[in-house]
Ligand binder design. Structure first.
Ligand code: GLN
Ligand code: ZN
Length: 768
């Protein structure tokens, strides 16, 4: 029974890769220094896995930015617009230019599009294909890293995204073809790679085909059969491991199992029942190996050895121990690096810590599980087993997890809790009377610039260099200036600016029961950007109001309406590590009740307009369409629970960015927010069509300018966009606002842009 790992975090335990990349981009270290950092990280990762006892250690799982972009470069998929840049620059700089754009000495290229990797918070660079797309072996990274590992003394298993998934991850840049049609032109380059790896004596190669977890067309399934049949014909001696993760094979099961490969990797965390289906089917070819992904690569909980051993035993009984490997469910790049670095009891208590495992610990779990499942159990393994059982029992019984009041409250939810008192048309009349807003009311999405200064105050507070009183005074001053600016520029609905918030989820998590935080639990989000999701370990409740003080303070400064700002339950859930001992829907409902209490308290404090941000609703959609309805049902209901505790004349806003709405517009309407603001400007209002076609009944604020860029738009550009919007949405339903919060912008451009925005709204009013 071998141990198998699919990928290891490349950011390194202290985010060394982030630091080195950012220094390189600033010109503060040389390319050689950056390359040396990469080499060092790879070596450390191989060494760690080797010492832990992993048999199949991945190589080519390292990346300076993104593994999909690596593959595009490997296959020579370089869009036309970078060709001139490529001539004058190193491959490394070309790579970074494709990832993040480049502006230097007359060269000006934009970044390629980025999107989420399946249902994770990892973002990849989307490959672009043309009709006559050519492929060639442009970079030998995968071969070089295999050789590098060998030189360092490690036999590795190169990892590559399979040809079918690679094509499906991309996008056609021209009409008149489907990217899957390119498979015949693409395969020869994969053959080149396999030939070179074979020449270097590589034995195992892992092909990731995560699209096997999605709904595929017959053509796509046929492409898979064609691809792996051809590979097997040409390279019968290479042992191909076909890796699927994040969900079951579903209706692709028969196709998948028919592929002539050496091993199948299964995600038994997301899809434990599949093991039984596979073992009972007659589809598994004799001798094929099953890599059992029993350890959760997507979450931070310690494995439950007892459960895993039951699954493993089931497989061993059916096919024999020599056809079973033990593995994490997916690549460990979705886990933080090392729990041993969490030494701060204030952020993570020892009680909670004993329930957790990060990447390094998961690798150890893989090996112990293998030992336990085989007949060579050492004393050490036995001790591990007992420790694991104890930790899991402790967790089940822990008093800090369970809160009966919360459980009872969830159990007693009835329909009226997720329903406003009156339907929207009735509420609307009351809100019009109460709020007295002009046509095309202007507002912002919440945050104002989080300057280095503002962030330094928070850092000083943490270090004790500022007292809470001093810190508050500084924030109050910043808030007051922001209110004054909004008044002067003529914005109708003001915000306080969110200066007190580090992050829109962490800020709430820190004030809720049931949440814990890590000091160093970073996970790569994109490129050098990492996130540190909170850990939801127990029943969630809100001991005290969380935002009322700041909203009230801001409202006291002005006769205009100040909008209260909250993060919604689905987004808090989606951007955290969520407990795995109850359904996500239950945890989400608990959070919804906590937010509901906050909404009610804001209303009591005199706040008449309250925004509940839900940018993550769309990304929470399951991978398979047949599971969408169930998710949307509880997710939308959670939002409604959070929003429905207030009277009719209190106006509830929600905000969503990076979303497409076409296929979920009915659900968006079911949220029944009085006003929804959406990111829209980069699509030139195209995203609004879904709302127009649906005849979306409530009010809507399509973003009129892109906040991701420092560029200041003119009022005319925004008028043009608003006219587009007004052509499809009745004007008395329209609001005027930016695409998203302004926290990443500088004050100078923020002020100019908002002044232009107000000008645009006024021009629209005059035109009526
Ligand atoms: N209110 C938040 C802000 O303005 C919303 C952020 C988001 O949608 N991602 O920053
Ligand atoms: Zn947003």
């Amino acid at each position: 029974m071998k141990t198998n790992n699919l990928g290891y975090p490349r950011i390194s335990s202290n985010r060394e890769l982030k630091k080195a990349s950012e220094l390189y981009w600033l010109g503060k270290i040389t390319a050689d220094e950056l390359l040396a950092t990469g080499k060092n990280i790879r070596k450390e990762n191989w060494e760690l896995q080797h010492n832990a006892g992993i048999d199949l250690i991945p190589s080519n799982d390292f990346s300076f930015y993104d593994q999909v972009l690596d593959l595009s470069l490997t296959l020579g998929v370089i869009p036309e617009q970078y060709k001139a840049f490529a001539k004058e620059n190193s491959v490394l700089d070309l790579y970074f230019a494709m990832a993040r754009g480049a502006q230097k000495e007359g060269q000006d290229v934009v970044a390629m599009e980025m999107t989420k990797w399946f249902d994770t918070n990892y973002h990849y660079i989307v490959p672009e294909f043309t009709k006559d797309q050519e492929f060639r072996l442009f970079s030998e990274k995968i071969i070089d890293e295999y050789k590098e590992a060998k030189t360092a003394g490690y036999e590795t298993k190169p990892v590559i995204i399979g040809p079918v998934s690679y094509l499906l991850l991309g996008k056609e840049k021209q009409e008149g073809f489907h990217r899957i049609d390119l498979i015949n032109k693409l395969l020869p380059v994969y053959f080149d790679i396999l030939q070179k790896l074979q020449d270097e004596k590589a034995t195992y190669i892992q092909f990731d085909e995560p699209f096997l977890a999605l709904n595929l067309s017959d053509i796509e399934r046929a492409a898979l059969v064609y691809t792996y049949t051809k590979i097997n014909e040409k390279f019968p001696n290479i042992k191909i491991i076909l890796a699927n993760y994040f969900d079951c094979f579903g209706e692709n099961l028969a196709t998948a199992l028919s592929l002539p490969v050496h091993a199948f990797h299964l995600d038994l965390v997301r899809c434990p029942l599949q093991l039984g289906d596979i073992l009972q089917s007659n589809l598994l070819v004799k001798n094929t190996i099953l890599s059992l992904g029993v350890i959760d690569g997507r979450n931070i909980w310690k494995n439950d050895f007892k459960n895993s051993l039951t699954l493993i035993q089931q497989a061993v009984d059916a096919v024999g121990a020599d056809r079973i490997w033990i593995a994490p469910s997916c690549s460990l790049i979705h886990s933080p690096c090392d729990l041993d670095l969490e030494t701060n009891d204030a952020t993570l208590t020892p009680e909670i810590k004993q329930w957790l495992a990060f990447a390094k610990q998961k690798v150890e779990e893989v090996v112990v599980l293998r030992n336990l499942a085989s007949n060579e159990i050492t004393e050490d393994d036995q001790a591990h087993y007992e420790e694991n059982t104890l930790a899991n029992t402790n967790r089940k019984k822990a008093t800090i997890i369970h809160n009966d009041a919360v459980k009872n409250r969830v159990a007693s939810i009835v329909e009226k809790h997720s329903k406003r008192n009156s339907p929207f048309p009735v509420r609307r009349q009351q809100q019009i009377a109460a709020l007295q807003l002009p046509l095309f009311p202007t507002t912002t999405i919440g945050s104002f610039p989080q300057t280095p200064e503002v962030r330094s105050w928070r850092a000083k507070l943490k270090k004790g260099e500022l007292s809470p009183t001093e810190y508050n005074a500084l924030l109050q001053k910043e808030t007051e200036e922001t209110i004054r600016f909004q008044e002067e520029s003529g914005i109708d609905v003001l915000v306080h600016g969110e200066f007190e918030r580090n992050d829109m989820v962490e800020y709430f998590g820190e004030q809720l029961e049931g949440f814990a935080f890590t000091k160093n639990g970073w996970v790569q989000s994109y490129g050098s950007r990492c996130v540190k999701p909170p850990v939801i370990y127990g029943d969630v409740s809100r001991p005290n109001p969380m935002t009322v003080k700041w909203a009230q303070f801001a409202q006291s400064l002005t006769p205009k309406w100040v909008k209260g700002m909250l993060t919604g339950p689905v987004t808090i859930l989606q951007w955290s590590f969520v407990r795995n001992d109850q359904p996500r829907s239950v945890t989400c409902t608990q959070i919804a009740l906590a937010i509901r209490d906050e909404v009610v308290d804001l209303e009591k404090a005199g706040i008449k307009i309250i925004q509940i941000d839900e940018p993550a609703i769309r990304e929470g959609l399951p991978l398979r369409k047949e599971e969408w309805a169930a998710y949307l049902d509880w997710a939308i209901k959670a939002f409604r629970i959070s929003a429905s505790g207030v009277s009719d004349d209190t106006q509830i806003h929600t905000h969503m960015c990076y979303s497409e709405f076409n296929d979920i517009i009915q659900n968006i309407a079911d949220m029944d927010a009085d006003v929804i603001t959406i990111e829209c400007s980069r699509s030139q209002m195209e995203l609004l069509d879904a709302f127009a076609d649906f005849k979306y009944p409530n009010e809507i604020g399509p973003g009129v300018y892109d906040i991701h860029s420092p560029r200041v738009p003119s009022s005319q550009e925004m008028v043009d966009l608003l006219e587009k919007a007004a052509a499809v949405i009745p004007i008395d339903q329209l609001w005027v606002n930016p695409d998203c919060g302004l926290k990443t912008r500088h004050w100078d451009e923020t002020k100019k842009a908002l002044v232009e925005m107000v000008k645009a709204a006024k021009q629209m009013r005059v035109a009526v």
